[in-house]
Ligand binder design. Structure first.
Ligand code: PMP
Length: 353
């Protein structure tokens, strides 16, 4: 091996869900939204011209921040934006988890957390979820260098009540606590209302799920002006122009249409509850989801085999083949029609197997 190879930063990458191409498939493997973005996004896209791309975009993302500040009743100084919440979370890890004490997160959670910790050499410890996959706030009372957890959690969909989130904050005033709310708009209670009381709280959200814009890559964080300033400093030490012009323009447009947001998220919640009822009748079990997916298991159906059979039928779901997750499949909630087709397949599969 040549010498230069010794100095390469070696790191374990995150593996995203597959993005199969082609028509006539039901794609329920990466928690995308089955509905298009708000109609104003299409109109704004049609108004864009290639000529607009000649210049750099606004490095401060002022219009998008102003729109988000209005929507969440905050000031623009309390908003940070990035290239999907993955970018925002990576920046937050880099900015706030800079202590020799271990950062804490659940053992079953978004599998990108240990990857960032590895990349940035951040020490961490995991706290096991209980038998029912619930996060126990009392596990977060030991010495630590920061805390991060998704609420609702992934891939279970379980949501902590606000009192439990506040319990964690109350016991951790000297470190930054990041609540990753990628799925909060499907029925969970956001921690945004705790921002006035906890200067060390960072709430991270995304346009990828509830605003149907995974392909544009827009994420944001809300926190005290001090936290946001620290994030901005790291961002401007790394890449001034993170969000491109279409993301800034179309993201701003999406935030303006509150009625469409309420209608489509409401529709997904109703489809989730209807699907949950039918799955229960078929003998599936799953935690109570407040997200746009269900984490399902069946005593009589091996998850790996069912995953393959679904794929054969052009239905894509997510399978995590190790440990406690191995008996489960994570299925995104699609349209009513898509879920009908999936349920018909499952009914037939269980009869045959
Ligand atoms: N947090 C959680 C818990 C997620 O499941 C995801 C989706 N993979 C993300 C953050 C990142 O989403 P995005 O980068 O598309 O905003």
């Amino acid at each position: 091996m040549a010498n230069w190879e010794d100095w390469i930063r070696r790191t374990e990458p995150y593996v995203p869900g597959e993005q199969p191409r082609g028509d006539r498939l039901i794609k329920l493997n990466t928690n995308e939204n089955p509905y298009p973005p708000a109609p104003g996004v299409q109109k704004a896209l049609e108004r864009m011209r290639a000529e607009d791309f000649r210049k750099y975009p606004d490095p401060e993302a002022s219009a998008l921040k102003a729109a988000l500040a209005g929507r969440y009743r905050l000031t623009p100084e309390q908003i940070f934006v990035g290239v999907g919440s993955d970018d925002v979370l990576a920046m937050a890890f880099l900015t706030f988890f800079n202590s020799s004490r271990p950062v804490l997160f659940p053992d079953i959670t978004y599998s990108f957390y240990p990857v960032w910790a590895g990349l940035f050499r951040i020490p961490y410890e995991t706290a096991p979820l209980d038998e029912q996959f619930c996060l126990r706030p009392e596990d977060y009372r030991r010495e630590n260098g920061g805390i991060v957890f998704p609420n609702p959690n992934a891939p279970t969909g379980l949501c902590l009540p606000l009192e439990a989130v506040e319990d964690i904050l109350r016991h951790n005033r000297d470190v930054v606590v990041i609540v990753d709310e990628a799925y909060i708009d499907f029925g969970g209670e956001s921690a945004v209302c705790l921002l006035d009381r906890y200067e060390n709280l960072l709430v991270v959200q995304t346009f990828s799920k509830s605003r149907s814009m995974a392909g544009l890559r827009i994420g944001f964080a809300m926190g005290s002006p001090k936290l946001i300033r620290a994030l901005e400093n790291v961002k401007f030490a790394y890449n001034s122009y993170t969000l491109n012009l279409p993301s800034l323009v179309l993201g701003t447009e999406a935030v303006k249409d509150e009625a469409y947001f309420q209608e489509t998220t409401g529709r997904i919640v109703r489809t989730r509850e209807k699907t949950a009822g039918r799955l229960r009748q078929l003998g599936f079990q799953f935690p109570d989801s407040r997200a746009n997916f269900l984490f399902i298991t069946h005593e009589k159906a091996d998850a790996a085999r069912l995953y393959e059979a679904l794929k054969e039928a052009r239905i894509y779901v997510r399978y995590f083949p190790s440990g406690r997750l191995a008996p489960y499949l994570r299925m995104t909630i699609g349209t009513d029609e898509e879920m009908e087709q999936v349920l018909a397949f499952l009914e037939d599969y269980l009869r045959r197997n």
